[in-house]
Design a protein around this ligand. Structure first.
Ligand code: AMP
Length: 404
């Protein structure tokens, strides 16, 4: 069975076609600069496990429907394609960022579901409208294929109220659903499932702390396979220090800066989302550049790294109080999978908590799931490459199987 996974952004469209009999991608691509005078589509097909064939084209994409149509044209193309016709696509899975409190699990897309995604625009003004544009384009192009929405927030829906409510007047929750939702849920759920499989345990029997460390960063406390707390909040701005996002700060800093500097809401938003985090401290937001600068003696780069790791360790300590006896720590995403220095710093001097890294196993980038704990470590430490598209495709298949 082929499942087409779509991640639609405001001016971009990422796609992947997965062969679910083999649980692997056969083609993927990205369309960029949709709506501009000139855009680009970059398409890859994977004829074998090890090799890939890449092609790219510059052309205008006036809207997401044209972009998706071109992606599908490449999927069925005699040279670049991997399937004979678009009818081979049997289901479509859509990433939707915010499910709110009404869309708490992956669901078949119906007019009611679309209305609920729209109702959540207020909570996710940047992402949900863009996700819906992708859904509407796919409904037009594939009127007969079943379509499923998979939400970034759904894995975190098992948090108890004490973890998801903010200590602000309760009526803001009642009136406007102001609460913690958490994000990267598809990634946290995928690595939770994989970690359980790799440890030979059922998913509902594992206690984990999962660390999604990429451009955006978040952690989840997982007790018996269910999320009980996470670092991102009502928006993806809170929690850990990130590439350009501040993560948690004293909220009064916002009023202070607005008052003293005269910033308006949009300026403050841009400062905390785009100019803060690693970039705010050392001017760089890519961890590779920060290591290079730190190694060359740049004190700010060293400080940024220390702050980044320090915040991860604080949450790790906090989450030990809610996961129950910890089975494993799981690192994933760009930094989690590739950065052995960050992994070493996170796990340093935690022997008293039963967390001991194996330096040799940890060294280098990890292209596949790898255990990196020492034989003496009570808590296992895993690096598991995330695969959000596979998780979306699996959820899509599960929804369709259950609705038969
Ligand atoms: P993601 O958002 O998961 O794609 O992660 C992107 C981030 O991963 C980049 O901004 C880098 O900071 C980081 N990254 C990627 N490769 C490496 C590497 N080899 N070493 C350190 N950081 C890396």
């Amino acid at each position: 069975m082929y499942v087409f996974v779509i991640n639609s952004g405001s001016s971009s469209l990422k796609y992947q076609l997965l062969d679910m009999d083999k649980r692997q991608a056969v083609a993927s691509g990205v369309v960029e600069r949709i709506g501009e005078t000139m855009g680009r589509i970059t398409h890859k097909k994977y004829p074998g496990q090890q090799n890939e064939a890449k092609t790219s084209m510059d052309m205008p994409f006036p809207d997401h429907r044209v972009a998706m149509d071109q992606a599908v044209a490449l999927l069925v193309h005699p040279e670049h394609g991997v399937i004979a016709s678009r009818d081979a696509i049997q289901a479509i899975g859509h990433r939707v960022v915010q499910g709110g409190e009404t869309l708490v699990q992956s669901t078949r897309i119906t007019p009611e579901v679309i209305a609920q995604i729209r109702a959540n625009f207020q909570l996710s003004p940047l992402h949900n409208p863009a996700n819906l544009v992708g859904i509407e384009a796919a409904l037009e192009l594939f009127p007969h294929a079943p379509q499923v929405a998979v939400f970034d927030t759904e894995f975190h829906q098992t948090m108890p109220p004490a973890a998801y409510l903010y200590p602000i007047p309760y009526h803001f929750y009642e009136e406007m659903r102001v609460r913690r939702y958490g994000f990267h849920g598809t990634s946290h759920r995928y690595v939770t499932r994989e970690a359980a499989r790799l440890m030979g345990k059922p998913m509902d029997a594992v206690n984990l702390v999962t660390l999604h460390l990429g451009n955006g960063c978040s952690m989840a406390a997982v007790r018996q396979g269910r999320c009980v707390d996470t670092t991102m909040g009502m928006t993806p701005l809170s929690g850990l220090m990130m590439g350009t996002r501040s993560g948690d700060i004293d909220p009064a800093i916002v009023f202070f800066l607005m008052k003293e500097k005269g910033y308006n809401v949009d300026q403050m938003d841009a400062i905390l989302n785009k100019e803060s985090g690693l970039k705010g401290i050392c001017g760089k937001n890519d961890m590779r550049d920060i290591h290079e600068a730190a190694a060359a003696g740049d004190e700010r780069a060293r400080l940024a790294l220390e702050m980044f790791v320090g915040r991860i360790r604080k949450f790790l300590g906090a989450y030990l109080t809610v996961t129950g006896p910890l089975d494993a720590i799981v690192f994933t995403a760009g930094i989690g999978e590739n950065d052995d220095i960050v992994r070493r710093m996170v796990c340093q001097d935690l022997e008293h908590l039963g967390i001991v890294l194996d330096e040799a196993a940890n060294a280098g980038r990890k292209g596949a799931a790898t255990a990196v704990h020492a034989p003496t470590s009570r808590v296992q430490i895993w690096v598991i490459p995330t695969n959000e598209e596979l998780e979306i495709a699996q959820a899509t298949v599960a929804v369709l199987e259950n609705s038969l």
